[in-house]
Design a protein around this ligand. Structure first.
Ligand code: GTP
Length: 347
């Protein structure tokens, strides 16, 4: 079965980080999330992947190419105008088989997808929506299920006590091609707001299947940081690239870390990182490849992408720095999201 990854959204809630990046390429534990996702899909037997692109397609294509390095075959679609979550699927129609799986590529998850695919094959109807259970459904679209797991309605952002369930759309679907008949071509169409309700109204079967395992939509700054805390706590068990030199401290290759620096776990440090005397890092910090942290700087709960520079005495707490961003000497930044807009990006 082919997997279609929707990776063409604006990522406006993650600006300015997404000012130069497609959101699914944002690093998680120093590797683009999309790379983790492709590896997971491969390990679950999905070896034919289509990626639906719109913003900064060259960054995705340049990184993954044909997919050979990851032992998968990757094809791409490119939208001239953003077509939305359903329009992007319709646009990819000619590249998909009779049934296929669709994943929002910005959903960070570690889920076993086989039971979802089996469940879909078992009922044979138009769509199965992967569902995930959340503590507070009031920020989400909640589903109401009838017998046999058939979805009878969606309730958008219900008050907690009025929600028909705590199950929400996980942004993962198995679909049959016939469902695409209901998606108008050539304009922006939302799958959640337009297509699923229409499928239910027209009596085409829409089923829900609860997925078990880690799930988090990394679309906001707070959730993007949360994903990293979960990697460091190993609640999200994706591979960590680095050697665990002591419990909760992972370090990449060719780093120069002063013995007079203090590393408070959990911390992940990438390759070729320089950390000078008197620096304190951690807890809950991820330092990208090639970063330089100058003397006496202090970082906590902070994520630096590649090639960042933190000058002497700077203090960063709960910050996210995009590729190549800098903090000047003695800067004190709290919850700042900083991106360097002028230089070419690399991943
Ligand atoms: P915000 O602007 O912050 O809402 O983010 P977004 O639009 O990128 O994400 P949203 O959660 O709305 O979209 C869910 C998934 O669908 C993400 O993986 C997006 O990359 C993808 N997506 C959204 N709109 C489009 C689109 O028009 N085309 C394609 N190809 N993918 C899309």
């Amino acid at each position: 079965m082919k997997a279609l990854l929707l990776a063409g959204g604006m990522g406006s809630r993650l600006l300015p980080l997404t000012g130069q990046y497609p959101k699914p390429m944002a690093p998680v534990g120093n590797r683009p999330w999309l790379e983790h996702l492709i590896t997971q899909l491969r390990d679950q037997g999905f070896r034919e992947i289509v990626i639906a692109l719109k913003h900064y397609p060259e960054l995705v294509r340049g990184y993954f190419g044909s997919g050979r390095k990851w032992e998968v075959s990757i094809d791409y679609t490119l939208e001239k105008e953003a077509l939305g979550t359903a329009g992007a699927i319709k646009h990819a129609e000619s590249k998909l088989g009779n049934s296929f799986i669709v994943l929002n590529a910005d959903v960070v998850q570690e889920l076993d997808l086989k039971p979802l695919v089996d469940f879909h094959a078992g009922h044979g109807q138009a769509v199965t929506i992967g569902l995930t259970e959340v503590e507070d459904p009031s920020q989400f679209g909640v589903v109401e299920l009838a017998e046999g797991q058939r979805i009878v309605r969606f309730v958008e952002k219900p008050r907690k006590e009025e929600a028909p369930s705590r199950l929400i759309n996980a942004g993962i679907y198995v679909m049959n091609k016939e469902a695409l008949q209901l998606i108008p071509a050539g304009r922006e169409v939302s799958i959640e707001r337009e297509v699923f309700p229409k499928l239910i109204r027209t009596g085409m079967g829409v089923y829900g299947y609860q997925l078990k395992g880690y799930w988090l939509d990394m679309g906001t700054r707070a959730r993007y940081r949360q994903v990293h805390w979960d990697v460091l706590d190993r609640k999200l068990p994706i591979p960590i690239y680095g050697e665990e030199i002591r419990p909760g401290v992972w370090v990449g290759r060719q780093c120069r870390i002063s013995p007079r620096a203090t590393i408070v776990p959990p911390v992940l440090i990438g390759d070729k990182v320089r950390i000078e005397d008197g620096v304190t890092i951690g807890p809950y910090s991820v330092i990208g490849n090639g970063c330089i942290i100058k003397e006496q700087a202090e970082l906590s709960e902070t994520i630096l992408w590649e090639g960042c520079r933190v000058e002497s005495g700077a203090q960063l707490h709960q910050c996210v720095f995009g590729t190549g961003a800098e903090a000047g000497p003695n800067y004190a930044l709290y919850e700042a999201v900083v991106n360097r807009m002028t230089e070419a990006v690399s991943l």
